[in-house]
Write a protein that binds this ligand. Structure first.
Ligand code: ASP
Length: 608
């Protein structure tokens, strides 16, 4: 037996007992003739005391950081207790030790505050994983996994594996492809999600399916994406949107309880996609704080209450507002006393290429009831007051206004809102706000191709009330400039996203389950009948054999863990992640393969 106890286990009650421990040497400290060692394993740290009588052994077999040793001794009450660790009341008075394996000097310290930079820690990920901070993240991940499995199991969901070597499943990204040696010239695709399989399982009668499963998407890696990531993937038959929502609110509440001991009992609010875009400028609003976006341009104003505001900003001779497609404002609470330096800095912030605005207009709503702005030349104080009031500002607030092209300005205002929320400490790490965003448009217009693309994926059903619009209208877009006037622009999807603190943590939809409608969908996306049959004949065929009504959802497991763990990075919650260029720097993958492998695959490289 290598050990009687682990390194996190011994307490004062164990004092005077004989124990054997095994683990890694975290630190060696010499105090005169005595040596103290912190011995570490997955469960914790135990202090070892090696008395003078062992010095000969230490001289013969010196110990270094990360050596793996086995020690035998007695647990003793410590005179200097360490209240910071659970084993801090005792220490082991060592009688003998054995070096089980030596260690090279680790390239960084295996401590919470390590001196290792990102790259180094990725290269030696197996050492990084020894650190407590990383271990805690993996433990949290496992807790989320267990909680989800328990809940789903209790609700009759069945975990069914689906293949990785498949034919493309469209989720809007590029496929990773794998050449087939046995079928020269042919390729498998790795699944972007198990979407079509879970739908086929519904046709087969497995009415509640789930899988915690890897998905692969060959995307340009924007910040904090991984080419392979994990979903909690679920599907149910004989359900409507409301059934799915109830079931998966239950799942998320359960995870909160099990993992964070949080009773998330409050009603989970719902917002239409349109409202999310209007009020927050994006489809995954962080509702931990207000600061909603208001449109100051009447032409774009949906909100009857401030209909007249456009007149307030138009025609004052301020060309930036007059000529802008849209003018959007947020009222930042309590910031009317911003100095020139601060407003200049904010202006620079919105001008950064990532935000891409030309400038920033502000109105200070001073506590004494006066108004000051960067456009005083054009607007009287009364007008400024009216604008600020329309934007929802109170005395003491700072109104920030951006103007320009609709899409970019909306995005920029959304970013500015989030930035101000962060600066004001309104995005609290330990506050959790869930939200459903629903009624997404079914289609998006792809300008370059002048055709419709599925916003979610092509298996999502339109709202029942919009099915007729879809069937009775020709999808062809005659006038690309006016695509918004095409009836397809208004078709809403039976789709829903779950948003947590401004992150999409899950998304799904009620599916199309009749062959005709699915065919119509493929046609709407510009697929010929042959192409649709070639790509999705299996699904269309299955729909002819009694496909039940069904729908589902998939949660981004890595993201969910990172939010629950209070981190911005999903990488911290993945044992062996890839870096921002999709590389595994530890394995040094991707990498070249042998000539022989190419020959077997009958593939020739033709690098440009
Ligand atoms: N397959 C979808 C996705 O990966 C989720 C779903 O519709 O269930 O986003």
């Amino acid at each position: 037996m290598y050990r009687t106890h682990n390194c996190g286990e011994l307490r004062i009650e164990n004092a005077n007992s004989q124990v054997t421990l095994a683990g890694w040497v975290q630190t060696v400290r010499k105090f005169g003739a005595i040596t103290f060692i912190d011995l570490r394993d997955r469960y914790g740290i135990t202090q070892l005391l090696l008395g003078e009588e062992l010095n000969y052994l230490l001289d013969e077999n010196p110990l270094g950081r990360e050596y793996v040793i086995q020690v035998t001794g007695t647990a003793q009450e410590r005179t200097n207790k360490n209240p910071n660790i659970p084993t801090g009341d005792i220490e082991i008075h060592v009688q003998s030790y054995t070096i089980l394996n030596k260690s090279a000097v680790p390239p960084f310290t295996i401590t919470d505050e390590t001196d290792g930079g990102d790259d180094l820690r990725m290269k030696y990920r197996y050492l990084d994983l020894r650190r407590n901070a990383v271990k805690k993240n993996l433990e949290l991940r496992y807790a989320v996994n267990r909680s989800a499995r328990n809940y789903l199991h209790e609700n009759s969901f069945m975990d069914i594996e689906t293949p990785f070597l498949i034919k493309s499943t469209p989720e809007g990204a590029r496929d990773f492809v794998v050449p087939s040696r046995m079928n020269p010239g042919q390729f498998y695709a790795l699944p972007q999600s198990p979407q079509t399989f879970k739908q086929l399982l519904m046709v087969s009668g497995y009415d509640r399916y789930y899988q915690i499963v890897k998905c692969f998407r060959d995307e340009d890696l924007r910040a904090d994406r991984q080419p392979e990531f994990t979903q909690i993937d679920c599907e149910m038959s004989f359900v409507e949107q409301e059934d799915i929502i109830n079931m998966f609110e239950g799942l998320v509440r359960r995870i909160f309880k099990d993992v964070k001991d949080i009773d998330y009992t409050e009603v989970i609010s719902r917002m239409t996609w349109e409202d999310a875009m209007w009020q927050y400028g994006n489809d995954k609003p962080d509702i931990r704080f207000g600061m909603q976006i208001l449109n100051l341009k009447s032409a774009f104003n949906r909100n009857n209450q401030i209909e007249a505001t456009g007149e307030l900003i138009n025609g004052a001779g301020f060309g930036v507002f007059d000529n802008a497609e849209t003018v959007l404002a947020i009222a930042v609470p309590g910031c009317s006393e911003y100095t020139r330096k601060q407003t200049d800095e904010l202006t620079e912030w919105v001008k950064r290429p990532q935000i891409g605005m030309q400038g920033l207009v502000f109105i200070k709503c001073n506590a004494d009831g006066t108004y000051k702005s960067s456009v005083d030349k054009f607007y009287s104080e009364d007008k400024l007051k009216a604008i600020a009031t329309a934007a929802g500002a109170k005395a003491g607030d700072l109104v920030l206004i951006l103007a320009g092209r609709e899409e970019r300005t909306r995005k920029a205002t959304s970013e500015l809102r989030l930035e101000m929320g962060k600066r004001l400490g309104l995005r609290k790490e330990n506050e959790f706000k869930l939200l459903w965003v629903m009624d997404f448009p079914l289609f998006e217009y792809a300008e370059e191709e002048n055709r419709w693309v599925a916003r979610h994926h092509p298996f999502t059903s339109p709202k029942p009330s919009d099915i007729a619009t879809m069937i009775n209208n020709n999808p062809v877009i005659d006038n690309p400039e006016k695509y918004l006037e095409h009836p397809y622009s208004n078709i809403k999807a039976n789709a829903y996203d779950m948003v947590l603190n401004g992150n999409e943590i899950g998304g799904g939809s009620i599916r199309i389950f009749q062959r005709e409608l699915q065919e119509k969908m493929f046609a709407a996306l510009g697929m010929s009948t042959e192409e649709a049959n070639h790509k999705f004949g299996f699904l269309l065929g299955a729909f002819e054999y009694g496909a039940p009504p069904h729908g589902g959802i998939a949660f981004g497991f890595d993201r969910l863990c990172s939010i629950l763990g209070g981190s911005e990075s999903i990488r911290d919650f993945i044992a062996f992640p890839k870096n921002n260029s999709g590389r595994d720097v530890m394995l040094d993958a991707p990498s070249e393969i042998d000539e022989k492998q190419f020959a077997e695959l009958q593939i020739k490289l033709n690098l440009q």
